[in-house]
Design a protein around this ligand. Structure first.
Ligand code: TXA
Ligand code: MG
Length: 328
């Protein structure tokens, strides 16, 4: 029996857990929600062309109705079925990064119903690279709408067990796969203007993108419209999250144990739970799993080492700043 433990007793999972790509795809094709693995984080999928199925994603996640969903594809031929007015630089991005941890924002075709994009005329497309994701999407043979498979506001799930912690009994099935390779969400690039704009920093860095397309700029907060999702409480454990310079000490009157710490440098204060990583990449890989572990351990505060906002550090600080803001 597979399940989780409460007060020493094993409670059986209510959601179907399967290792069969075909069984998972069959459920999705029937209009159910199916959680599936990707190289970034686990996704909560449904047929992107079926408004009733997409509504179930919003309900299961308790996601605000104005926050659109990324549509996942397995074949480049789907791009023109789902989007139009695709600029040349977007094809260049797709050539380099599809399949992979990049999402592009384009003008949508009418086949994508309004509920999938929360009423927006634009659609986000992504082709994940994890072999089981591609097999699953191929077996679905439909565009699959999928946000991260967490309850809205919680850290994104990087392991199948984390998905069930939030979603057991709320979804049709879960396709069990490996731990996420990257642990942070895809990079989102707006491809609707004359030049690309980085909307959400992610695994593929701005520096890397700029080598391919020198005209790319980073989104300037408050200047243009941000991604709808970015205005919500995000990525947060139940503990309060604080950012800290490496090697510094939080004010003693602020410290409220049990206290956790994550960073590249060891903390200079006493902690109840800590994780020290070797590199920014590893920091990104472990961040969400660490936040969930803090919740299981009942931590009240999490101190996270601030890193320079360059390379993968930009994505990491974006997620950590959101988690810290969630409690202000
Ligand atoms: O790595 C990822 O991108 C994962 C995996 C499952 O693919 N997905 C993911 O989805 O992170 P989600 O829903 O957690 O984050 C998607 C972000 C949200 O901030 C949402 O507002 C934005 O993308 N977004 C999606 N469609 C959009 C649209 N049509 N216009 C503007 N923003 C959009
Ligand atoms: Mg999310």
């Amino acid at each position: 029996m597979e399940g989780y433990t409460v007060n020493g007793q094993t409670v059986e999972y209510q959601t179907l857990i399967t290792d069969s790509v075909d069984e998972a795809a069959e459920r999705l094709r029937l209009g159910q929600t199916v959680i599936f693995p990707t190289e970034t984080v686990y996704g909560l999928g449904a047929d992107a062309t079926n408004p009733a199925a997409v509504l179930e994603i919003y309900e299961a996640k308790q996601r605000p109705a104005d926050n659109p969903l990324i549509v996942h594809i397995h074949d480049l031929a789907q791009v023109e079925e789902l989007a139009h007015r695709v600029p040349a630089y977007a094809y260049k991005l797709m050539e380099h990064y599809f399949p992979g941890p990049l999402t592009i924002l384009l003008h949508k075709q009418p086949v994508i119903p309004d509920i999938t994009t929360a009423g927006s005329p634009l659609v986000c497309l992504r082709m994940p690279s994890l072999p089981i994701s591609l097999e699953f999407l191929k077996a679905c043979n439909l565009p699959v709408a999928a946000p991260s498979a967490n309850i809205s506001g919680r850290p994104s799930p990087t392991r199948w067990q984390d998905c069930l912690e939030d979603m057991d009994g709320r979804v049709g099935a879960i396709l069990r796969g490996p731990e996420a390779t990257h642990g942070l969400e895809s990079t989102i690039v707006d491809c609707t203007g004359a030049n690309p704009v980085l909307m959400r920093p992610g695994i593929i860095t701005l520096e890397e993108l700029a080598q391919l397309i020198p005209g790319i700029t980073a989104h300037i907060p408050n200047k243009t419209i941000a991604l709808p999702g970015m205005k919500y409480r995000h990525y947060a454990p139940r503990a309060r999250v604080f950012m800290l310079e490496g090697g510094s000490q939080p004010p003693t009157d602020l410290l409220e144990p049990p206290v956790a710490y994550i960073g590249l440098e060891p903390p200079v204060f006493e902690t109840d739970f800590q994780l020290i990583l070797d590199s920014p990449i590893q920091y990104a890989h472990e961040l969400f799993a660490f936040m969930r572990e803090c919740d299981r351990k009942g931590m009240l505060q999490v101190y996270a080492q601030r890193l320079p906002e360059k390379g993968i550090g930009r994505a990491l600080m974006n997620r950590l700043n959101k988690a810290a803001e969630a409690h202000l």
